[in-house]
Ligand binder design. Structure first.
Ligand SMILES: CC(C)(COP(=O)(O)OP(=O)(O)OC[C@H]1O[C@@H](n2cnc3c(N)ncnc32)[C@H](O)[C@@H]1OP(=O)(O)O)[C@@H](O)C(=O)NCCC(=O)NCCS
Length: 165
């Protein structure tokens, strides 16, 4: 399947909240646990002050398949953005996430960044495989962090080095 990739606008917030909230409700992948109202999603991941770029992938019918955000994150160096990718639950492994990465990489290069960070739950097999497939390498682990129900889950940090590609 081929996808059209474009930058998001605030007008996409409602559709993207409808995409990400079922992923959060389903659990087991993203570290996010609270659902987003469209305005909060816009602020945090789409067009807010900490967002470096965010792109959306549309399928051939113009339906939203996935989005990918790159933002500033506390503790990361100024030239390393933090990435998040979310594909609609009914589109998994359709190539939408991969289609977005070219645009995110291009923006990170434009900003003069050295690398992109991904922090992924250690039990998120699909997320780990996805970033490995894009060329991310392991960059350490964070100690276990409790989920809302108390379950302890480690986080894996992966980095994509922009000068290597
Ligand atoms: C991780 C995620 C973004 C991948 O998006 P996607 O559009 O399905 O990914 P793609 O189709 O571009 O997959 C590219 C490659 O990644 C790997 N991959 C992706 N999902 C995978 C899975 N569930 N299991 C194993 N490998 C997977 C595969 O190698 C795949 O290539 P292939 O299908 O040719 O084998 C998507 O599953 C998702 O939204 N997950 C929930 C949120 C999340 O965990 N995000 C990551 C943390 S921010």
């Amino acid at each position: 399947m081929s996808f059209t990739v474009r930058p998001v606008t605030s007008a996409d917030a409602s559709v993207l909240a409808d995409l990400i909230n079922p992923i959060i409700r389903a659990g087991g992948t993203t570290a996010l646990q609270g659902e987003f109202a469209p305005e909060a999603l816009d602020h945090a991941y789409l067009t807010g002050p900490q967002v470096l770029c965010c792109h959306i992938a549309l399928d051939e019918a113009g339906a939203v398949a996935a989005f990918q955000t790159l933002g500033r994150y506390p503790g990361l160096p100024d030239d390393v953005g933090d990435i998040g990718t979310f594909a609609s639950l009914d589109r998994k492994q359709s190539g939408a996430g991969s289609a977005l990465f070219a645009a995110t990489k291009a923006r990170a290069r434009e900003l003069g960044h050295s690398a992109i960070n991904a922090t992924i739950r250690a039990d998120n097999v699909g997320g780990l495989a996805f970033y490995t497939k894009q060329g991310f390498v392991d960059f350490g682990e964070a100690p276990a962090v409790p989920l809302a129900d108390g379950t302890l889950v480690c986080r894996v940090h992966k980095r994509f080095f922009l000068q290597d590609s």
